[in-house]
Design a protein around this ligand. Structure first.
Ligand SMILES: NC(=O)c1ccc[n+]([C@@H]2O[C@H](COP(=O)([O-])OP(=O)(O)OC[C@H]3O[C@@H](n4cnc5c(N)ncnc54)[C@H](OP(=O)(O)O)[C@@H]3O)[C@@H](O)[C@H]2O)c1
Length: 343
């Protein structure tokens, strides 16, 4: 049985890790941290866990975390950068759900996250953890940088097209929508029910923190620079994320439907919808799936790729568990086979 620890167990991704790992046949959470809830029982803070767990929140530096085989950092950026190294030196695998090890360029990290990166060696050794792209490297990783949620939806939507050099790389537009849980559980006026509900707005239009991550990932796929317009929006729902991606096909006669179906035929968590169908975020709510639909514009070579995920599952905690499964040589699907909630 793999012993897992969660640092940041009271946040949305930490709670989701707890929920998903509870049904994992080969892993068990033995430690969970919270500074604000230290000493309280997990099932007192999360009544959904009543009768399911005797865990008590500890501090993030409690010695019990040293007994783990894997530690998940479900914390704001800056936290894993400081503490991941000490766990790795003890032979503990680390999976960071935050952004500390995603951007390979320390200057970009400083520019977008406002912090100096102090762990060059760890940064160099970190593997970017999008399983469908980096599976082989993840197998041997001591430190995994779990991808951001928008970057996940966008990369999975573009990978087959970029791999096969089918699109103009200078004109990609990713018009994206996220549910409110994407902002985390920390109190934030803009995320209050009265502010976010019954409304719809773009944010981070002139620059969002996921922009450099997406650019870096698409560059890595394409082997050349990619010009991207990325506009995120907040929608009044709790979970869910959609990336509507507009690309110009170099050859409008290409059978992109078959190409996508073939590209993802062996992937357990990427589903390509039948020709002309559009996915909905609710179909993947609570599930680790990415669903992709393809539509062609009527009068030109524009292809519209629609990619949906649950930001807390394939966009965060589910992806992190998929990475844990790969690192420990387990079936990638373990603990992740639940389908979306309906309705
Ligand atoms: N929400 C999403 O959809 C999503 C998706 C992908 C990735 N992510 C990333 O995943 C990470 C967690 O996101 P979240 O939405 O779960 O955040 P959150 O709801 O705000 O939770 C943050 C957690 O971290 C703990 N924490 C905060 N500061 C800490 C510190 N200095 N040391 C130790 N623990 C600390 C908090 O508990 P205490 O303060 O009680 O210790 C809390 O449990 C973030 O980096 C986020 O960008 C989030």
């Amino acid at each position: 049985m793999i012993k897992a620890g969660i640092i940041g167990g009271t946040g949305y991704t930490g709670a989701e890790l707890l929920r998903l790992l509870h049904n994992h046949a080969q892993a068990q959470v033995i430690a969970i941290s919270s500074r604000s809830e230290v000493g309280r029982r997990v099932d007192e803070v999360f009544p959904s866990m009543l009768g399911q767990s005797d865990l008590v929140f500890s501090l993030p530096d409690d010695a019990v975390l040293d007994e783990c085989d894997v530690i998940f950092f479900a914390t704001p950026h800056g936290v894993a950068m400081k503490s991941a190294g000490a766990f790795i030196e003890k032979g503990i695998k680390v999976i960071d759900l935050g952004a500390d090890f995603r951007l390979k360029d320390k200057n970009e990290y400083r520019q977008w996250y406002g912090l100096e990166h102090t762990q060059s060696d760890l940064l160099a050794s970190a593997v970017y953890g999008l399983s469908e792209i980096n599976r082989e490297q993840i197998k041997n990783a001591n430190l995994v940088a779990n991808p951001g949620c928008y970057p996940t939806a966008i990369q999975l939507g573009l990978k087959p097209l970029i791999d096969n050099k089918l699109i103009d790389l200078s004109s990609i537009v990713a018009d994206c929508k996220s549910g409110v849980s994407g902002a985390g559980r920390v109190v934030n006026q803009a995320m209050l029910l009265c502010e976010a509900s019954e409304s719809f707005k773009a944010y981070g239009v002139s620059g969002h923190r996921h922009y450099p991550e997406i650019k870096q990932a698409l560059y890595s796929l394409a082997g050349e620079s990619v010009d991207l317009t990325f506009v995120p929006h907040l929608v009044p729902m709790i979970r869910g994320m959609q990336a509507t991606i507009y690309v110009d096909l170099l050859d409008g006669n290409k059978d992109v439907q078959s190409l996508f179906e073939n590209a993802y035929k062996d992937e357990s968590f990427v589903t390509v919808l039948g020709s002309g169908n559009t996915p909905e975020t609710r179909s993947v709510k609570g599930a680790n799936f990415c669903q992709i639909g393809l539509q062609k514009a009527p009068d030109n070579n524009k292809l519209i790729v629609i990619s949906v995920i649950d930001n807390l599952v394939k966009g965060a905690s589910g992806q992190a568990i998929q990475n844990m499964n790969i690192i420990f040589g387990l079936d990638e699907k373990l603990g992740l086979e639940q389908i979306g909630l309906m309705p």
